[in-house]
Each structure stands twice: as structure tokens, then as C-alpha cells.
Ligand binder design. Sequence first.
Ligand code: BG6
Length: 460
Amino acid sequence: MQTQFNPTQNYTIIIFGATGDLTKRKLLPSFYHQFHEGNMPKNFKIIAFARRPYSTDDYLDFINDVFMENLEHPSDLLDDFFSHVTYLQGDVTQKEAYDTLKAHLTKVEEIPSHRLYYLATAPQLYEPIITHLGDYCLHVSDDLMRNIVIEKPFGQNLASAEKLNALLHQYFKEEQIFRIDHYLGKETAQNILFFRFANSIFEPLWNRRYIDSVHIDVAESGTIHYRAGYYDKAGIFRDMFQNHLLQLLTLIAMEPPANFEASSLQYEKMKVLQSLRPADPDYITFGQYEGYLDAPGVAENSRTPTYALVPAYVDNWRWQGVPFFLRSGKALKEKTSRIMIEFRCPPHLLFDKNTGFEPNKIVIQIQPNEGIQLRFETKKPNSPQQTVTTSMDFNYQTGLKDMRLPTAYERLLLDALLGDTSLFTHAREIELSWKFIDPINDYWEKETEQEPMRYTPGTM
Ligand code: BG6
């Protein structure tokens, strides 16, 4: 696994969809943060590719406000950073755009360079871009990297995901393909594996013998805002469950990998997804926040769920019988992502059970207030038999206060440039996730006319 850039080599990043929100809010600020910290390769270029007829200066003006809002580092190196960026105008559905791209690459790359193609466009443009990159032989090189990053949503269901994988594999090898799930780039999500496998005290308890249930909650206070065009067709299962929640589940449930190589990690995650028992719709809660139907672009009487609670089971030796409660929703009381591992009660309770006795818990707080908490019972002072729940807390802000938590995209972008797919999703993982999600969507969209449970925004 390569962890450092080769200083004698040049790198080119080509962003398709450069005028979009993702590029302005996440990609360019993340590259800047890494540049500021000295982590970018010595020689790199960013080609911002989109349809609007801009010059590079126009483009930089256009992105300025949103880009600046998302900056966490001082702006002292901005001019230097932007000297690496050029804007290129083209319609990615047209062949001519790739002639222009080829000519531009020849102009800006001083020597033959590694390339990273970033598809930050609407998903319907993935196919023309991949096909054209292939037809123009932009996907191959004897000795230089030609990697491609694909944003979510990766398909709408299993069939479309398989089709997209097949198209990618027509041109790119699996190790060149970076299917991004930004939850895997979150420092605290990565820490799950370190917590489990760098400590010997937790792993012996990490199984059905000691764990009663696992609760994976990704709650958001925001509504769907202006995204109805996408969201009303997608719904919470395609938007959050197929990717983020199932990925968190794999990190909690996977067996220890043989090493930290991408292939070992992905293989163990696949085994978890393969062991998922089909969900029983009778036990799923489908919710929709009040007011959703009034959002511009939402279909009349839409039943699209904005909230769901799914009990999932991993049918293998380690997890048999342990429910994983997956829950996510929009317009809830607060934005918080956390995983709570609830342990079994002691086999025989000696103490007063009626005083708020709680089973032990480990809470992994993914965001905000990132940290890990171990909750356990303590004797209540000055009482004969009562217990009180107390906790041992690790919090990044206090425990590691001099260390900045990079944003999810920062880690992932660097890894994609380095060619390390460890924190990206394998073709098979995507397909197995859809295999679990499709029957839930089919049930909701085709088999039942049940209305979603309506909930008041701002509640939990
Ligand atoms: C995205 C979803 O993938 O994740 C959004 O499309 C959601 O609907 C977002 O709001 C949540 O990400 P985060 O990092 O803010 O928790």
C-alpha cells in the first residue's frame, strides 16, 4: 500500500461537474486543506471541467463564496493553490469534449502524469463519461495511474448497480475504481477498526455471548431542502441505508482482517453483507416528516420515507440472534451519528434492579463531539444496594485536542490519488448492499399502499 507520493511524479485531477455543489463545498476545500498541510503531491494540477462558458478566473470567482465558507484553514496559500487549477469548458455527453480534454491535458501536464478522474456530476452522466474516457483511451497507461472516483448514488437498485459496475469493468480494473462513501472517510468511522483491533480488551466481548444489541443511528436535523428532485425518488433507503448505514454495520460486524490491505478489508466487509438476513418489512418503521409534501418538487401524496428503523440480523457464527437496529431520518431533533453497543445484563443480579440499573454500553459517537464512551454501573454512594450509571469518556476535542479532525473527503481524496482503495467500496459490496435494500424498497414502492408514519419535525 503506497502511503506517500512520489516526489518525482506529477499528478492531474480532473473533476467532472466542477460547478456543482459537491466540488465547491467539499472537493476543492478538501484539496486546499491537504495542500495547506503539505500533504498534496509536489506537482499537481486540477482541471475543473463543466459546461458553463467560463475562463479560469470566472470560474474561481464563481466558486469563491461557497468555497470560502467551507474553509477551515487560513487563506494564506490560496493564490498558490489556485495556480494549480484550470477551468475547462465542455459538454461531457459530446465527443468533442474529450478532444478538448486531451488537448488541455497535453498543455497543462509538463510530463506524463498520474491521473484521477472524479465524477462529481449527476449520476445520469456517469455512463457517457466512462464510455468516452474508455473510447478515448484515457483510462489506460502502461506505467501511470488512471483512477476513477464515482460518487453515490451508485445505481438505484441492484440491476442498475450491476450495469454500472459492468460498464466500469469494461475499461477500468477494480483497483482503479474508487466508489466513494464519505462515511468511511470520517475519522471516527475509521477509528471503529482501531478501537476493535488495536485493543485486546474489547474484541473478546464482541460477539453474541456478550452483546445484546447494536444500535446504529444517523439522525439529521436538516430537511431535504432543495433536493426534492433527487430525494423524492430516492428516499431514505437509497440515500442513507444502502451506503452509510450498511457500511457502518460492516465495520462493527466484520471479522478481524488478515492485514490492513484494501483487499482484506473489503473481503471481510463483503462477508458481513453476504450474511445479512433479508429484512422483514413487518418490523420496519417507515416515516415521513410533516411538511415534506409541501417541499417544492415533491410529488403529490408522495409516500417517500424520510425516516426508517430497520432491525437487521447478521446470520453468522458471531452475531446469530443479535439485532442491529439501523435508524436514520431527516428533520429530527438533532444531527448526530452514533453507534451504541449494548451488552447483556449480568446473568444474576444481586443489586436493586429498580433504581435505573442499565446494562453496560459502548457508545461510539461518530459526529458531532466525536469520541467513545463506556457506560457502566457503580455503587451509589451512601446506599446499601443501589447502582448509578457512570461513564469513562474519550473525546477527541479534549483527549487529542491539538489534532485537527480532517473532513471525510480529505482522507478519501488523498487515498484515491495514492491509489489506495481500502476506504472505498468494492463492486461486490455495492451489489450485496442493494440485495438487502431492494426488497425493502420493492415492498414499500410496489407491494403495499400503507402510509408512512408522520412525525413532527424537530422530534426524535
Ligand atoms: C449524503 C446524503 O450522502 O449524506 C445526504 O445524500 C445526507 O442526504 C448526508 O444529508 C449526511 O452526511 P453527513 O456527513 O452530513 O452526516
